[in-house]
Design a protein around this ligand. Structure first.
Ligand SMILES: NC(=O)c1ccc[n+]([C@@H]2O[C@H](COP(=O)([O-])OP(=O)(O)OC[C@H]3O[C@@H](n4cnc5c(N)ncnc54)[C@H](O)[C@@H]3O)[C@@H](O)[C@H]2O)c1
Length: 315
Protein backbone atom coordinates (compact mmCIF):
# COMPACT_ATOMS: atom_id res chain seq x y z
CA UNK A 1 0.00 0.00 0.00
CA UNK A 2 1.25 3.49 -0.85
CA UNK A 3 0.43 6.67 1.04
CA UNK A 4 -1.98 7.77 -1.71
CA UNK A 5 -3.92 4.51 -1.36
CA UNK A 6 -4.88 5.23 2.25
CA UNK A 7 -8.51 6.38 2.47
CA UNK A 8 -9.93 5.02 5.66
CA UNK A 9 -8.57 4.90 9.20
CA UNK A 10 -10.15 3.20 12.18
CA UNK A 11 -9.40 4.01 15.79
CA UNK A 12 -10.24 1.36 18.39
CA UNK A 13 -10.76 2.90 21.84
CA UNK A 14 -12.38 6.34 22.00
CA UNK A 15 -11.00 7.55 25.35
CA UNK A 16 -8.52 10.31 26.21
CA UNK A 17 -6.20 9.37 23.34
CA UNK A 18 -8.51 7.79 20.74
CA UNK A 19 -10.80 10.78 20.26
CA UNK A 20 -7.89 13.20 19.74
CA UNK A 21 -6.18 10.85 17.27
CA UNK A 22 -9.47 10.54 15.33
CA UNK A 23 -9.66 14.32 15.11
CA UNK A 24 -6.11 14.61 13.71
CA UNK A 25 -6.82 12.20 10.83
CA UNK A 26 -10.23 13.70 10.09
CA UNK A 27 -8.64 17.16 9.84
CA UNK A 28 -6.06 15.59 7.54
CA UNK A 29 -8.87 14.62 5.15
CA UNK A 30 -9.29 10.93 6.04
CA UNK A 31 -12.52 9.10 6.72
CA UNK A 32 -12.27 7.94 10.31
CA UNK A 33 -14.29 5.26 12.03
CA UNK A 34 -14.11 5.55 15.80
CA UNK A 35 -14.83 2.33 17.67
CA UNK A 36 -15.39 1.70 21.36
CA UNK A 37 -16.83 -1.20 23.27
CA UNK A 38 -18.94 1.32 25.24
CA UNK A 39 -21.52 3.44 23.37
CA UNK A 40 -21.29 6.19 26.04
CA UNK A 41 -17.57 6.53 25.36
CA UNK A 42 -18.35 7.22 21.69
CA UNK A 43 -20.89 9.90 22.59
CA UNK A 44 -18.40 11.55 24.95
CA UNK A 45 -15.68 11.35 22.30
CA UNK A 46 -17.80 13.18 19.72
CA UNK A 47 -18.65 15.92 22.25
CA UNK A 48 -14.95 16.36 23.02
CA UNK A 49 -14.04 16.44 19.34
CA UNK A 50 -16.65 19.12 18.66
CA UNK A 51 -15.24 21.17 21.55
CA UNK A 52 -11.63 20.69 20.38
CA UNK A 53 -12.60 21.81 16.88
CA UNK A 54 -14.31 24.88 18.30
CA UNK A 55 -11.09 25.81 20.12
CA UNK A 56 -9.05 25.16 16.96
CA UNK A 57 -11.42 27.43 15.03
CA UNK A 58 -11.32 30.20 17.62
CA UNK A 59 -7.53 30.13 17.60
CA UNK A 60 -7.24 30.32 13.82
CA UNK A 61 -5.98 26.77 13.17
CA UNK A 62 -8.91 25.84 10.93
CA UNK A 63 -11.77 27.57 9.17
CA UNK A 64 -15.43 26.87 9.97
CA UNK A 65 -15.92 24.68 6.85
CA UNK A 66 -12.69 22.73 7.59
CA UNK A 67 -13.85 22.02 11.14
CA UNK A 68 -17.34 21.04 9.96
CA UNK A 69 -16.14 18.68 7.28
CA UNK A 70 -13.58 17.08 9.64
CA UNK A 71 -16.39 16.44 12.13
CA UNK A 72 -18.57 14.96 9.38
CA UNK A 73 -15.76 12.60 8.30
CA UNK A 74 -15.82 10.82 11.68
CA UNK A 75 -18.29 7.99 12.11
CA UNK A 76 -18.79 5.95 15.27
CA UNK A 77 -19.39 2.23 15.57
CA UNK A 78 -19.63 -0.20 18.48
CA UNK A 79 -19.21 -3.36 16.44
CA UNK A 80 -15.51 -4.09 15.96
CA UNK A 81 -15.77 -6.02 12.71
CA UNK A 82 -17.92 -3.33 11.09
CA UNK A 83 -15.42 -0.70 12.28
CA UNK A 84 -12.33 -2.25 10.74
CA UNK A 85 -13.37 -4.32 7.72
CA UNK A 86 -12.67 -1.47 5.27
CA UNK A 87 -9.80 0.12 7.16
CA UNK A 88 -6.42 0.76 5.56
CA UNK A 89 -4.89 1.56 8.93
CA UNK A 90 -6.20 0.63 12.39
CA UNK A 91 -4.87 2.45 15.43
CA UNK A 92 -5.48 0.74 18.75
CA UNK A 93 -5.96 3.02 21.78
CA UNK A 94 -7.64 0.75 24.32
CA UNK A 95 -6.64 0.39 27.95
CA UNK A 96 -2.97 -0.38 28.75
CA UNK A 97 -3.40 -4.10 29.35
CA UNK A 98 -1.14 -6.53 27.49
CA UNK A 99 -3.62 -9.44 27.47
CA UNK A 100 -6.50 -7.27 26.18
CA UNK A 101 -4.32 -5.72 23.51
CA UNK A 102 -3.05 -9.14 22.38
CA UNK A 103 -6.60 -10.42 22.12
CA UNK A 104 -7.56 -7.35 20.09
CA UNK A 105 -4.64 -7.73 17.67
CA UNK A 106 -5.52 -11.37 17.13
CA UNK A 107 -9.11 -10.34 16.24
CA UNK A 108 -7.99 -7.43 14.04
CA UNK A 109 -5.74 -9.75 12.07
CA UNK A 110 -8.75 -11.90 11.21
CA UNK A 111 -11.22 -9.03 10.60
CA UNK A 112 -9.07 -6.63 8.56
CA UNK A 113 -8.16 -6.91 4.87
CA UNK A 114 -4.66 -8.32 4.25
CA UNK A 115 -3.17 -4.92 3.38
CA UNK A 116 -4.28 -3.20 6.62
CA UNK A 117 -1.58 -1.79 8.89
CA UNK A 118 -2.17 -2.36 12.61
CA UNK A 119 -0.71 0.29 14.90
CA UNK A 120 -0.75 0.44 18.69
CA UNK A 121 -0.64 3.55 20.87
CA UNK A 122 0.62 1.60 23.89
CA UNK A 123 2.73 3.76 26.19
CA UNK A 124 4.86 1.00 27.66
CA UNK A 125 4.40 -2.38 25.97
CA UNK A 126 6.62 -3.74 23.23
CA UNK A 127 4.99 -4.07 19.81
CA UNK A 128 6.48 -7.52 19.19
CA UNK A 129 4.21 -8.81 21.99
CA UNK A 130 1.16 -7.98 19.83
CA UNK A 131 2.67 -8.63 16.42
CA UNK A 132 3.26 -12.27 17.33
CA UNK A 133 -0.51 -12.83 17.68
CA UNK A 134 -0.99 -11.90 14.00
CA UNK A 135 0.03 -13.37 10.65
CA UNK A 136 1.16 -9.93 9.44
CA UNK A 137 4.10 -9.03 11.66
CA UNK A 138 5.50 -6.88 8.86
CA UNK A 139 2.39 -4.65 9.06
CA UNK A 140 2.35 -4.14 12.84
CA UNK A 141 3.94 -1.03 14.31
CA UNK A 142 3.79 1.13 17.40
CA UNK A 143 2.83 4.79 17.02
CA UNK A 144 3.09 6.42 20.43
CA UNK A 145 1.25 9.73 20.70
CA UNK A 146 1.41 12.27 23.51
CA UNK A 147 -1.54 13.66 25.44
CA UNK A 148 -3.37 15.77 24.26
CA UNK A 149 -2.77 13.99 20.92
CA UNK A 150 -4.52 16.60 18.78
CA UNK A 151 -2.10 19.25 20.10
CA UNK A 152 1.28 17.72 21.06
CA UNK A 153 3.21 17.32 17.78
CA UNK A 154 5.57 14.36 18.42
CA UNK A 155 4.59 10.76 17.73
CA UNK A 156 7.20 8.03 18.25
CA UNK A 157 7.13 5.45 15.43
CA UNK A 158 8.63 2.29 16.89
CA UNK A 159 9.43 -0.77 14.83
CA UNK A 160 9.07 -4.28 16.17
CA UNK A 161 11.49 -7.01 15.16
CA UNK A 162 9.25 -7.94 12.19
CA UNK A 163 7.99 -4.49 11.10
CA UNK A 164 8.81 -3.86 7.44
CA UNK A 165 10.46 -0.70 6.13
CA UNK A 166 7.33 -0.06 4.03
CA UNK A 167 5.05 -0.09 7.09
CA UNK A 168 7.31 2.11 9.22
CA UNK A 169 7.78 4.54 6.29
CA UNK A 170 4.08 4.74 5.48
CA UNK A 171 3.11 5.46 9.10
CA UNK A 172 5.89 8.06 9.30
CA UNK A 173 4.71 9.70 6.06
CA UNK A 174 1.03 9.78 6.98
CA UNK A 175 1.82 11.37 10.35
CA UNK A 176 3.79 14.07 8.55
CA UNK A 177 0.91 14.59 6.14
CA UNK A 178 -1.51 15.23 9.03
CA UNK A 179 0.90 17.82 10.52
CA UNK A 180 2.37 15.68 13.29
CA UNK A 181 6.06 15.37 14.12
CA UNK A 182 6.88 11.68 13.68
CA UNK A 183 10.14 10.43 15.18
CA UNK A 184 11.71 7.14 14.08
CA UNK A 185 12.73 4.78 16.88
CA UNK A 186 14.81 2.07 15.28
CA UNK A 187 14.96 -0.44 18.12
CA UNK A 188 12.35 -1.68 20.55
CA UNK A 189 13.29 -0.63 24.04
CA UNK A 190 11.08 -0.38 27.17
CA UNK A 191 9.83 3.20 27.63
CA UNK A 192 10.79 3.87 24.00
CA UNK A 193 12.66 7.17 23.78
CA UNK A 194 10.58 9.95 25.31
CA UNK A 195 9.33 8.24 28.46
CA UNK A 196 12.90 7.22 29.31
CA UNK A 197 14.08 10.82 29.02
CA UNK A 198 11.03 12.16 30.85
CA UNK A 199 11.32 9.64 33.70
CA UNK A 200 15.05 10.33 34.13
CA UNK A 201 14.19 13.99 34.74
CA UNK A 202 11.19 13.26 36.95
CA UNK A 203 13.24 10.87 39.13
CA UNK A 204 15.64 13.68 39.95
CA UNK A 205 12.81 16.23 40.49
CA UNK A 206 11.08 13.85 42.94
CA UNK A 207 14.39 13.18 44.69
CA UNK A 208 15.07 16.91 45.13
CA UNK A 209 11.52 17.45 46.44
CA UNK A 210 11.81 14.58 48.95
CA UNK A 211 15.22 15.83 50.11
CA UNK A 212 13.72 19.31 50.72
CA UNK A 213 16.21 20.98 48.36
CA UNK A 214 13.39 23.19 47.03
CA UNK A 215 9.59 23.31 47.17
CA UNK A 216 7.45 21.72 44.44
CA UNK A 217 6.55 25.25 43.24
CA UNK A 218 10.18 26.30 43.00
CA UNK A 219 11.27 23.09 41.26
CA UNK A 220 8.58 23.63 38.60
CA UNK A 221 9.31 27.34 38.33
CA UNK A 222 13.04 26.79 37.82
CA UNK A 223 12.61 24.00 35.23
CA UNK A 224 9.93 25.89 33.30
CA UNK A 225 12.00 29.05 33.09
CA UNK A 226 15.28 27.39 32.04
CA UNK A 227 15.50 23.80 30.81
CA UNK A 228 11.85 23.77 29.67
CA UNK A 229 12.16 27.20 28.07
CA UNK A 230 15.06 25.97 25.93
CA UNK A 231 13.70 22.50 25.17
CA UNK A 232 10.66 23.73 23.23
CA UNK A 233 13.12 25.09 20.65
CA UNK A 234 16.33 23.06 20.91
CA UNK A 235 16.75 19.46 22.09
CA UNK A 236 19.13 18.31 24.84
CA UNK A 237 21.90 17.23 22.47
CA UNK A 238 21.97 20.47 20.49
CA UNK A 239 21.81 22.35 23.80
CA UNK A 240 25.01 20.61 24.88
CA UNK A 241 26.68 21.34 21.51
CA UNK A 242 25.84 25.01 21.93
CA UNK A 243 27.09 25.06 25.52
CA UNK A 244 30.40 23.34 24.70
CA UNK A 245 30.98 19.59 25.11
CA UNK A 246 34.12 20.13 27.22
CA UNK A 247 31.97 21.81 29.87
CA UNK A 248 29.08 19.32 29.60
CA UNK A 249 31.48 16.38 29.79
CA UNK A 250 33.18 17.77 32.91
CA UNK A 251 29.84 18.48 34.63
CA UNK A 252 28.54 15.00 33.78
CA UNK A 253 31.69 13.35 35.18
CA UNK A 254 31.22 15.26 38.43
CA UNK A 255 27.41 14.94 38.77
CA UNK A 256 26.51 11.51 37.35
CA UNK A 257 27.76 9.68 40.46
CA UNK A 258 25.87 12.14 42.70
CA UNK A 259 22.40 12.35 41.14
CA UNK A 260 19.63 9.88 41.89
CA UNK A 261 19.88 6.40 40.42
CA UNK A 262 16.98 5.11 42.57
CA UNK A 263 15.14 2.02 41.32
CA UNK A 264 11.93 2.93 43.17
CA UNK A 265 10.11 6.26 43.65
CA UNK A 266 10.97 8.18 46.86
CA UNK A 267 9.17 7.27 50.09
CA UNK A 268 7.23 10.54 50.57
CA UNK A 269 6.06 10.43 46.99
CA UNK A 270 4.75 6.86 47.37
CA UNK A 271 3.04 7.89 50.63
CA UNK A 272 1.33 10.75 48.79
CA UNK A 273 0.00 8.38 46.14
CA UNK A 274 -1.01 5.66 48.60
CA UNK A 275 -3.02 8.14 50.68
CA UNK A 276 -5.08 8.97 47.58
CA UNK A 277 -3.43 12.27 46.65
CA UNK A 278 -3.29 11.76 42.90
CA UNK A 279 -3.13 15.36 41.72
CA UNK A 280 -5.96 16.97 39.77
CA UNK A 281 -8.03 13.75 39.84
CA UNK A 282 -8.47 13.98 43.62
CA UNK A 283 -7.82 17.72 44.11
CA UNK A 284 -4.40 17.30 45.74
CA UNK A 285 -0.98 16.03 44.73
CA UNK A 286 2.16 18.17 44.88
CA UNK A 287 -0.32 21.06 44.70
CA UNK A 288 -3.72 21.46 46.30
CA UNK A 289 -6.45 23.29 44.34
CA UNK A 290 -10.20 23.58 44.08
CA UNK A 291 -11.92 22.22 40.97
CA UNK A 292 -12.20 25.76 39.57
CA UNK A 293 -8.50 26.37 40.09
CA UNK A 294 -7.56 23.09 38.34
CA UNK A 295 -9.88 24.03 35.46
CA UNK A 296 -8.15 27.40 35.17
CA UNK A 297 -4.73 25.67 35.12
CA UNK A 298 -5.85 23.40 32.27
CA UNK A 299 -7.30 26.33 30.35
CA UNK A 300 -4.09 28.33 30.69
CA UNK A 301 -1.97 25.27 29.77
CA UNK A 302 -4.00 24.61 26.61
CA UNK A 303 -3.86 28.25 25.57
CA UNK A 304 -0.07 28.26 25.89
CA UNK A 305 0.20 24.87 24.11
CA UNK A 306 -1.86 26.19 21.19
CA UNK A 307 0.28 29.33 20.92
CA UNK A 308 3.43 27.19 20.88
CA UNK A 309 1.87 24.81 18.34
CA UNK A 310 1.06 27.71 16.05
CA UNK A 311 4.48 29.35 16.46
CA UNK A 312 6.58 26.24 16.03
CA UNK A 313 4.68 23.58 14.07
CA UNK A 314 1.55 24.72 12.26
CA UNK A 315 2.03 26.00 8.72
N1 LIG B 1 -3.66 9.01 28.54
C1 LIG B 1 -2.41 9.28 28.18
O1 LIG B 1 -1.81 10.26 28.62
C2 LIG B 1 -1.71 8.40 27.18
C3 LIG B 1 -0.59 8.90 26.49
C4 LIG B 1 0.04 8.09 25.53
C5 LIG B 1 -0.42 6.80 25.30
N2 LIG B 1 -1.50 6.33 26.02
C6 LIG B 1 -1.96 4.95 25.75
O2 LIG B 1 -3.11 5.02 24.92
C7 LIG B 1 -3.98 3.92 25.22
C8 LIG B 1 -5.35 4.45 25.60
O3 LIG B 1 -5.22 5.28 26.72
P1 LIG B 1 -6.37 6.31 27.16
O4 LIG B 1 -5.75 7.17 28.19
O5 LIG B 1 -6.98 6.89 25.94
O6 LIG B 1 -7.41 5.30 27.84
P2 LIG B 1 -8.95 5.55 28.20
O7 LIG B 1 -9.23 4.67 29.35
O8 LIG B 1 -9.25 6.99 28.28
O9 LIG B 1 -9.72 4.98 26.90
C9 LIG B 1 -9.72 3.65 26.54
C10 LIG B 1 -11.03 3.36 25.81
O10 LIG B 1 -10.95 2.07 25.23
C11 LIG B 1 -12.22 1.43 25.35
N3 LIG B 1 -11.97 0.00 25.25
C12 LIG B 1 -11.40 -0.84 26.15
N4 LIG B 1 -11.30 -2.08 25.64
C13 LIG B 1 -11.81 -2.03 24.38
C14 LIG B 1 -11.96 -2.98 23.34
N5 LIG B 1 -11.53 -4.25 23.49
N6 LIG B 1 -12.51 -2.59 22.19
C15 LIG B 1 -12.94 -1.31 22.01
N7 LIG B 1 -12.81 -0.36 22.97
C16 LIG B 1 -12.26 -0.71 24.13
C17 LIG B 1 -12.75 1.90 26.69
O11 LIG B 1 -14.16 1.79 26.73
C18 LIG B 1 -12.26 3.36 26.72
O12 LIG B 1 -13.23 4.25 26.21
C19 LIG B 1 -3.28 3.14 26.34
O13 LIG B 1 -2.53 2.09 25.76
C20 LIG B 1 -2.38 4.17 26.97
O14 LIG B 1 -1.26 3.59 27.62
C21 LIG B 1 -2.16 7.10 26.93
Amino acid sequence: MRLDDVRSISIVGAGIMGHGIAQVFALGGYNVCLNDATPDALDRAMVRIRENLRIFRENGFVTDPEADSAYARISTEVDLEASVRNADIVIEAIKEDAAQKQELFEKLDVMCPPHTILASNSSSLLISEFACTTRRQDKVVLAHWYNPPHIVPAVEVIRGAGTSDDTADLVYDILKKVKKLPVRINKEIPGYLLNRIQMAMVREAWYLWQAGVASAEDIDLAVKGSIGFRLASIGPLLTSDLGGQDTWCAVSRYLFPLISDAHVPPEDYVKMVETGNLGMKTGKGFYSHTKEEWDAIIERRDKEFLQRLKNLYWE
